[in-house]
Design a protein around this ligand. Structure first.
Ligand code: BES
Ligand code: MN
Ligand code: ZN
Length: 479
């Protein structure tokens, strides 16, 4: 999809030839004297267009205008949330195969966050997954022209938003692919493909190298599958080599059956999304490739399947992690923390300024926060505040959860240094407490995206979260 930003008043917008013109009208709308302004103000005055965000009024080939469809849409007070709602309603109303060129015109200058949110909402509303269809329909919306009263101050945020779209869509693509089309080897291929962009390097380790690193915990999860594991190391170098990088670690379980502690059959297909953390890391690198900011970032992805088989780990097995700590695997379905702990230890070698892991880690986090906010856990208050703020700015929300030492009680065991599960209570927190044991050497945060990474039901599909949050965090932390 091709996005363009242009200075456009309503008189000019009316002359843009396009399949659909969407006009965003805030409650504060001040009409000029051109045809479109008069039309909009009359529609609002008569109440034919309600002033509530998301309410819309459509027409076909309006006289004196170059568009084939016109949508007047109210955006309330034009917050990022209002715009999101208004744009998905408006695009939903005009989305057909014929919608190739779209013009979205703002009546008033949006805030930076609102413009960013609008661009992401346009992409979201026009996205569709096609990779494993036999007759993929080409993407309808090809060109989007965003018109503002004056573009100059908002060019950088527009550029960031367009890069975020590329990142979100890369993440969606890989998270949506079924597990047989997104094996650890294929995910490594998606990472390698990013190395064609300048500034990005990719290294992929296989079973032999991982054994040499003594990642006994990661290897234990992979041993029940015929698909060989991959440990993916991505590097983006935009600043001096001496500048400490931020490390992102994405959980890359390409399918989570639960292993011997097998999951129930209903909805088990959704466990193809258990590599959404990994997909978000790929997405961030895709966006960095567009933006080329002056920062250094490392991406680590432990990728494997979690399957039951004659060689699979059994409840009660004790393994030795790369850190030397021994782990009693009481539940083979708590595998995410087992692959992440070795990646956290591996991250030490980069002497990072911060490490953020991203994982569809616990069903308990879905119970706690639902699909609205990701769970945020952090050993460092500054890092927590920066991530929370980035989430607000990028409309990709998270919420901080506690890490009191008392939550680690349940992980104690007589048979190893630590158990991989505690009781049911506070499950997302005890999982984070497990990870924290491996993250003592750097400021660390953990995002549990189990509730936010994909949608279930009729709209089943990856959301691309939290690419926008992470990108916003990386770009602001660079300043
Ligand atoms: N990938 C799952 C977490 C998950 C479950 C994400 C449902 C989204 C929806 C993870 O590997 C898992 O199975 N966690 C267990 C942990 C438990 C055994 C302590 C869970 O949440 O049930
Ligand atoms: Mn699991
Ligand atoms: Zn899992």
């Amino acid at each position: 999809m091709n996005f363009e930003l242009k200075t456009l008043d309503f008189a000019l917008a009316a002359k843009e030839k396009c399949d659909a013109l969407i006009v965003l009208l805030p409650v504060s709308f001040k009409p000029a004297r051109d045809v479109l302004s008069v039309l909009a103000s009359q529609a609002l005055k008569t109440g034919d267009l309600e002033a509530k965000a998301g309410k819309l009024l459509q027409s076909y080939r309006p006289a004196g205008m170059a568009c084939s469809r016109l949508v007047l849409v109210s955006v309330g007070s034009a917050t990022a949330r209002d715009l999101r709602q208004a744009l998905s309603a408006a695009i939903g109303a005009v989305k057909t195969d014929k919608l190739k060129k779209l013009v979205v015109c703002f009546a008033a200058m949006p805030s930076a966050d609102a413009l960013h949110g609008a661009v992401l909402a346009i992409a979201e509303a026009s996205y569709s997954y096609t990779t494993t269809k036999s007759k993929p329909e080409p993407r309808a919306v090809q060109r989007v022209l965003v018109g503002l009263p004056e573009v100059s101050g908002l060019k950088p945020i527009f550029k960031q938003a367009v890069a975020a779209v590329a990142g979100v869509e890369y993440a969606k693509e890989w998270a949506n692919r079924p597990a047989n089309h997104a094996t650890p080897t294929l995910v490594a291929g998606a990472a390698r493909a990013l190395a064609k962009f300048s500034g990005i390097q990719c290294e992929v380790l296989g079973p032999k190298e991982v054994a040499r690193l003594a990642m006994g915990s990661f290897m234990a999860v992979a041993q029940g599958s015929a698909e060989p594991l991959r440990f993916i190391v991505l590097r983006y170098t935009g600043a001096a080599k001496t500048q400490a990088p931020t490390v992102l670690i994405g959980k890359g379980i390409t399918f989570d059956s639960g292993g011997i502690s097998i999951k129930p059959a209903p909805e088990m297909d959704e466990m193809k999304f258990d590599m959404s953390g990994a997909a978000s890391v790929l997405g961030v690198f895709r966006a960095l490739a567009e933006l080329k900011p002056a920062i250094n970032v490392v991406g680590l992805i432990p990728a494997c399947e979690n399957l039951p088989d004659g060689r699979a780990i059994k409840p009660g097995d004790v393994v030795t992690s790369m850190s030397g700590q021994t782990i009693e695997i009481l539940n083979t379905d708590a595998e995410g923390r087992l692959v992440l702990c070795d990646a956290l230890t591996y991250a030490e070698r980069f002497k990072p300024r911060a490490v953020v892991d991203i994982a569809t880690l616990t069903g308990a986090c879905v119970i706690a926060l639902g699909g609205v906010r990701s769970g945020l856990f952090a050993s460092d208050d500054g890092l927590a505040a920066a991530l929370q703020a980035a989430g607000e700015a990028a409309c990709d929300l998270c919420w901080r959860m506690p890490l009191d030492e008392d939550y680690a009680e349940g992980l104690k065991t007589s048979f190893a240094d630590v158990a991989n599960v505690a009781g049911r209570a506070g499950g997302s927190i005890t999982a984070a407490k497990f990870l924290q044991r491996f993250a003592a050497k750097f400021p660390w945060a953990h995002l549990d995206i189990a509730g936010t990474a994909w949608k279930s039901g009729t709209a089943k599909g990856a959301t691309g979260r939290p690419v926008a949050l992470l990108l916003q965090y990386l770009l602001t932390s660079a300043k």
